[in-house]
Design a protein around this ligand. Structure first.
Ligand SMILES: Nc1ncnc2c1ncn2[C@@H]1O[C@H](COP(=O)(O)OP(=O)(O)O)[C@@H](O)[C@H]1O
Ligand SMILES: CC(C)(COP(=O)(O)O)[C@@H](O)C(=O)NCCC(=O)O
Ligand SMILES: [K+]
Length: 279
C-alpha cells in the first residue's frame, strides 16, 4: 500500500492506495498536530510500503512525522517546491517559498490540462496560474472562509459568529448577525476568485481551465461563474506526478482526476470584466 499525506494548516488528510491495482482503499482526515498514532490517526503502517507527503504545517510537525515514518516504512518521499518540475517553471522569486500544496496543485493541474487556474480553498484560499507552455505566474493568497469568520470574532465586540454554520451560498443581505457574516465572507471569497480569474485571463490573453480543491471547494464552487471542476485529490495528483510508483502513475494518470472543464471563450471573460468595471 502507498500512504499519501496532505498536511494542511487545519487538517491532515491521508489516503491509502493499492500499489498493484492503483485503487484507493481508504481515506481520512485528522486535525493537524505534532504526533501521530499509527493505527489511530493514520493507518497502521504495517501495510504501507511507501509514503508521499505534502506538508505546509510547522517544520516540527513535518520533522516528527518523517522521523516516525522512517522508522517503519522503507520509502518516504517528501515533496518540495522547486524552480522547475514536470515542465512547469515556478513563478516565485524564491521558488522554495511557494507553499508546497500550491506547487502540487499547479503541477497536477498542468499535467491534466496544460495551462490551468488552480484554486485551493482550505485554511487559506490560494489561486495559482500556469500558462500553456508551463510558466507558473505566481498567485494570490486570501484568508479561507473559516479564518475570515474567526478574524471578525477576534477583532470586533458585537459580531457573534457561529463557527459551525456553513458559509451559505446565499448572496442576499443577511438579516441576523450570523447570516450577515456568512453571506459577507462567502461574497468576499467568490467575488475575489471570479475577479482574479477574469483579470489574469484578460492580462495573459488566454482562457484557462479552472480547478478547485480543499475543504471548502464545494461551497465556493457554487459561486463561481465560469466553467470549472472540483478535484478533491488535486494535491495528491501532484504527489503522484512527482513520485510515480504504480504503472498507471508512470503513464501519467492521476487517481480521481476529473475531466478537463472547457473554459468559456476569452471574449466572454473580457466582456464580463468590462461590464463589471462599468458598475
Ligand atoms: N468537516 C470539516 N472539518 C474541518 N474543516 C472543514 C470541514 N468541512 C469543511 N471544512 C473547511 O475546510 C477547511 C479546511 O480545509 P483543508 O483544505 O483541509 O485545509 P488545510 O489544507 O488548510 O488544512 C476549514 O478551514 C473549513 O473551512
Ligand atoms: C498559503 C498556505 C498557507 C495555504 O495553506 P493551506 O490553506 O492549504 O493550509 C500555504 O500554501 C503556505 O504556507 N504557503 C507558503 C507561503 C506562500 O505560498 O507564499
Ligand atoms: K489552501
Amino acid at each position: 500500500m502507498i500512504l499519501d499525506l496532505d498536511i494542511g494548516n487545519t487538517l491532515s488528510k491521508w489516503r491509502l492506495k493499492d500499489a498493484d491495482s492503483s485503487e484507493i482503499r481508504s481515506r481520512g482526515a485528522v486535525w493537524t498536530r505534532e504526533e501521530w498514532r499509527p493505527g489511530a490517526d493514520i493507518p497502521d503502517l504495517d501495510v504501507v510500503e511507501a509514503v508521499r507527503i505534502s506538508s505546509v504545517a510547522r517544520k516540527a510537525v513535518l520533522e516528527e512525522t518523517v522521523a516516525l515514518l522512517h522508522r517503519r516504512v522503507g520509502t518516504v518521499h517528501v515533496a518540495r517546491s522547486t524552480a522547475e518540475a514536470l515542465g512547469v517553471t515556478n513563478g516565485y522569486e524564491e521558488p522554495g517559498k511557494l507553499g508546497v500544496d500550491r506547487w502540487m496543485g499547479a503541477l497536477a493541474g498542468y499535467q491534466l490540462a496544460g495551462g490551468c487556474c488552480a484554486v485551493d480553498c482550505g485554511s487559506a484560499i490560494t489561486v495559482d496560474f500556469v500558462l500553456p507552455g508551463g510558466r507558473h505566474l505566481g498567485g494570490y493568497i486570501l484568508p479561507g472562509l473559516r479564518l475570515m469568520k474567526e478574524s471578525l470574532k477576534l477583532g470586533t465586540r458585537n459580531v457573534a459568529i457561529d463557527p459551525d454554520s456553513e458559509a451559505e451560498e446565499l448572496l442576499e443581505p443577511g438579516r441576523r448577525t450570523v447570516e450577515a457574516v456568512n453571506h459577507g465572507i462567502y461574497m468576499a471569497a467568490v467575488s475575489a476568485v471570479n475577479r482574479i480569474y477574469s483579470e489574469v485571463c484578460d492580462q495573459q490573453g488566454v482562457a484557462l481551465p479552472m480547478m478547485l480543491t480543499g475543504g471548502d471547494a464545494r461551497v465556493v464552487s457554487r459561486g463561481i461563474q465560469v466553467p470549472h471542476t472540483v478535484w478533491p485529490d488535486m494535491v495528491y495528483g501532484g504527489l503522484e506526478a512527482c513520485f510515480p510508483l504504480t504503472a498507471a502513475e508512470r503513464s501519467g494518470r492521476m487517481s480521481g482526476a476529473p475531466r478537463v472543464p472547457a473554459p468559456v471563450a476569452l471574449e466572454k471573460i473580457r466582456a464580463a470584466l468590462a461590464f463589471s468595471m462599468l458598475l
